[in-house]
Design a protein around this ligand. Sequence first.
Ligand SMILES: [Fe+2]
Length: 305
Amino acid sequence: MRARTIASLAAVTGAAAIGYASVIERNWFTLKEQDVPVLPPGTGPLRVLHISDIHLTPGRHRLMAFVRSLASLEPDLVVNTGDSIAAAEAIGPLLDSLGPLLDVPGMFVYGSNDLYSPKPGNPARYLWRTSAGDHNRDEPDLPWEKLGGELTAAGWLDLNNRRGQLTVKGLGLALAGVHDPHADRDRYDLVAGPADPAAALRLGILHSPEPPVMDRFAADGYDLLLAGHTHGGQLRVPGYGALVTNCGIDRGRVSGLSMHPQVSPENGKTAWLHVSAGLGTSPWAPVRFACRPEATLLTLTPRSP
Ligand SMILES: [Fe+2]
């Protein structure tokens, strides 16, 4: 009898936790704000909106409303580190949600989920292996070229295995990005080489924060790296944190601001790293626990002389 009572209590608690994680927390969006002292002395500030992992499907109206609300921040720059869509029909709603943000200087890279439609599977499988092998299908089946074409047509820079440059608020930005390392589409050799030492900021972006790729960015002198993919662990244990990162980075840097330890021979510095916990989830793992969906406003400030 007692065992039965305990089992019943556990079942009720588990059902309540799943209900909370899928209905409440998954839609409990938050804006995080973080200063990063990375600009030359006497310059800035530069306000960078970092969005990632929207995984949009057309029915996610609360998510779209939150993304739409971000334009009121009036950032100087927008960086989208991928996994924007989870359905072919989501491109229109995504563009509509981004709205005025598309008029702000911006850039993007793809995540693997921009190429491959989500497939059902055990949502707990990430606890014992990464999803890196999930994308070994022959051909992408989502319209990633249309997605990239629309964002590019709006004025954002496509940094998938590409370099770029922008001038924002009078600051010269040297930019580089790679396609998603998690899907083995990164080709760092195409962007390799010292980042422009004359730029006010050298910014590298990628979807999955894989340390070997970030080592190369940092060695080339990039000051700040932005990534997503981890979903902050998605299911976190209060007091312990993320159980997994679903990539090569350690649990301690699963989201938020940290330093990447690689020292650049170009300038003797290490790079800042910001990993976004992202705004969405796979439609087949629609839960977040102790890991609210987020966008981040990074205020880049001068470093100390
Ligand atoms: Fe994602």
